[in-house]
Design a protein around this ligand. Sequence first.
Ligand code: GLP
Length: 241
Amino acid sequence: MEIIIGKNKKESIKKAVSIISKIVKKKPKSVLGLATGNTVIPLYKELVKKYKKNEINFSKVSTFNLDEYSGLSENDKKSFHYFMNKYFFNHVNISKKNIHFPNSNFKKYEKMIFASGGIDLQILGIGHNGHIGFNEPGSSFNSKVRKIKLSDDTRKFNYKFFRQSKSVPKHAFTMGIKTIMNSKKIILLAFGKEKAEAIAKTIHGKITTKVPASILRKHKNVIFIIDKKASGKLKQYHNKI
Ligand code: GLP
């Protein structure tokens, strides 16, 4: 496990972009596992900038998104697919046929990831309760792609994206914890003091299903890239940039 603490969000994002670029350069057919949320918006913006400067090429890249709400179409402004189109896919040369999201046919999703050769790099954010993807506390470490009921806590935090309709869906599809752990490399991003508690529990606490992200410590190639504020409750500093 590697922990990189950037002095601010910008520096942390730079580091993540540089790792992603190296991976895609080395393997143009890379399979990327992608996340949504406020945390990753600046990451996608920087990747788009890099693409526009001809410094990264996504033409052969495949993507598998972590999760998606149940019952929302890709044209629905609240769907994660819409989010991804808006911040990333519409601005780079990823081929539409290489973009994947979990849906009601979720059993096929796990097989598709496997058939693609597996995820080379999985990008993750973290929920306030330590969730990854939509694997809420209590999710089995052996879980695979499935349909889940969202916790009230997560629905409350995601309310910000649902202001107009006032109703956050009750169900979603998500990669399981095992699906995530099968990735060859994982980068978890967390910024701001509101993530400090979840990060401290993930890194110093017991490895427990109560804090889903804590299992990442068992992964042989995981990097936590966080900013100073999200590191506020860590006992000691690790690699600073
Ligand atoms: C949602 C997503 C997670 C994401 C989390 C944090 O619940 N399903 O994949 O990590 O939100 O979101 P944010 O980055 O907006 O804090």
